[in-house]
Design a protein around this ligand. Sequence first.
Ligand code: AMP
Length: 116
Amino acid sequence: MAEETIFSKIIRKEIPADIVYQDDLVTAFRDISPRAPTHIVIIPNNLIPTVDDVTPEDEQVLGRLFTAASKIARAEGIAKDGYRLIVNCRRHGGQEVYHLHMHLLGGRPLGRMVAD
Ligand code: AMP
């Protein structure tokens, strides 16, 4: 059984976060340390630690991350200009919180995909 992170407490509203969207499968909130004018973290409500842990049973919730991202981007007014979705996996991916999450970044040109 994977260990819970601070994100599980955010889902259950046990600690404060600026939640912008929540449904039966996913929760989205503003990143505490934003890297772009819009920076929202979208997470499954169930704990999947990393992309390396996903199974076929997770396909519905993983798909919901994308439909939620699309909906939120439109609500944030960044859909027309575009945005970036990032999912980091483990150490080389730069993952800090081991509860799988998708970053939604936008509101300015984001430059190259990967730093040189
Ligand atoms: P990652 O490096 O992909 O694991 O991203 C984790 C993200 O979660 C970082 O961008 C953090 O700024 C963000 N984060 C960590 N704790 C919180 C929190 N309590 N509320 C909102 N965002 C958080």
